[in-house]
Design a protein around this ligand. Structure first.
Ligand SMILES: [Zn+2]
Ligand SMILES: [Zn+2]
Length: 121
């Protein structure tokens, strides 16, 4: 993969709540090490969605596993990186996706409901 630099002024939207996500430091347990992973997180209580430029949208379980959410996966055509939802219009279920790579202008617009996120919780 080419050199990846996540911009720090992004405003991804939570795919579940459609609210802006906030910059976040996720402490991930990998093997024996716990290392910080900069990402964005939904501030809604109980929401476990995160986004970063390598994983795209993902959820975590107890800070140990990362689970991708393939319902919210759009690849940037320039660099193949997962994009984030920058804008959501609820009436048309229209999402504007953007690439978070520094200097990249990749974007895409999708319409229609994405598949319901499985597992009834
Ligand atoms: Zn959320
Ligand atoms: Zn890109």
């Amino acid at each position: 993969m080419s050199f990846v630099t996540m911009r720090n002024d992004l405003q991804p939207i939570c795919p579940a709540h459609h609210v802006p996500m906030v910059p976040w430091m996720l402490w991930l347990k990998l093997d024996v090490n716990v290392s910080p992973k900069p990402c964005y997180a939904c501030a809604t209580t109980g929401c476990c969605y995160h986004w970063d430029i390598v994983q795209g949208y993902f959820t975590t379980r107890e800070g140990e596993h990362i689970e991708h959410d393939m319902n919210y996966w759009q690849k940037c055509e320039h660099d193949g990186l997962p994009m984030y939802v920058a804008d959501f219009e609820s009436q048309k279920s229209k999402r504007t996706w953007k690439c978070g790579q520094l200097g990249c202008t990749g974007s895409r617009v999708t319409e229609g409901p994405s598949k319901a996120t499985a597992a009834s919780q």
